[in-house]
Structure formats: structure tokens, C-alpha cells
Design a protein around this ligand. Structure first.
Ligand code: AMP
Length: 123
């Protein structure tokens, strides 16, 4: 089964993206539907479908994604004021692209908690 997603096409430069960082292991590009003044996705070049697929072999790569976030925070001057880095997993987490990615959101104060309360009142 192929685990190629639209992000594989972005890595392979088959479709365009507004790339802000690239190295041998990771790529960061602006989200097409930004939820903050600065909203980039930081992805590994190796396709890992969800957080559930992180294992002993690829766990350092996930740490590298956070390293990239820290570099971008410094480069774009968000380190001091702060920012939000989040990775969604599967349906309840709100994941729509099954190639893990850190959302890095910055440029305004974030809210908490990050969900709409849709629970029904218990009788
Ligand atoms: P998630 O819902 O956590 O899986 O996040 C997927 C994100 O990918 C969403 O925020 C989308 O706006 C973003 N996205 C989908 N397609 C593209 C694309 N071609 N270029 C940039 N961002 C994209």
C-alpha cells in the first residue's frame, strides 16, 4: 500500500509550496489555509503516517522537526513572544493529511483549550 500523500508531491517538487526551510531530513512550508499570521507545516521527508507510527528507528527524526521549529522561531523573531507547535493524530485529533507534520502557529496569542465543546449535557 502506498503511503504517498499530497506532502510527498510537495517534497518531490511535483506541486508548488511556499517553502521556508529545507534540509536533508525535513521540509517546512506555509499552510495553504493559515490559522495564524505565521502558520507553517514542518514535515519529515520520510513518510510517517501518524504519531502512532513513530518508533525506535524514526523517533530522532521527530525530534528534528522540533529543532526546525526552534530555528524558524529565531529566524522569524517569534522565539521571545512564543508560538504554538502541534501535531494532530487521526480523527479526534483533526488529522487530514496522513504524513506527520508539526503545525507551527505564531504572530498572535493562541487560545486554550483548542476544541469546541460539543459534548451533550448528561441527563
Ligand atoms: P491536519 O489537519 O493536521 O492533517 O493538517 C493538514 C494541513 O495541511 C491543513 O492545515 C491544510 O490547510 C494543509 N494543507 C493541505 N494541503 C496543502 C498544500 N498543498 N499546501 C500547504 N498546506 C496544505
Amino acid at each position: 500500500m502506498s503511503n504517498e500523500t499530497i506532502f510527498t508531491k510537495i517534497i518531490n517538487k511535483e506541486i508548488p509550496a511556499d517553502i521556508v526551510y529545507e534540509d536533508d531530513h525535513a521540509l517546512a512550508f506555509r499552510d495553504i489555509n493559515p490559522q495564524a499570521p505565521f502558520h507553517v507545516l514542518i514535515i519529515p521527508k520520510q513518510a510517517i503516517a501518524t504519531i502512532n507510527d513513530i518508533n525506535l528507528e524514526n523517533r530522532e527524526l521527530v525530534g528534528h522537526l522540533y529543532y526546525v521549529a526552534a530555528q524558524l522561531a529565531k529566524e522569524y523573531q517569534f522565539a521571545e513572544n512564543g508560538y504554538r507547535v502541534v501535531m494532530n493524530c487521526n480523527n479526534d485529533g483533526g488529522q487530514t493529511v496522513f504524513h506527520i507534520h508539526l503545525h507551527m502557529l505564531a504572530g498572535k496569542a493562541m487560545g486554550w483549550p483548542p476544541y469546541t465543546n460539543t459534548l451533550k449535557q448528561q441527563d
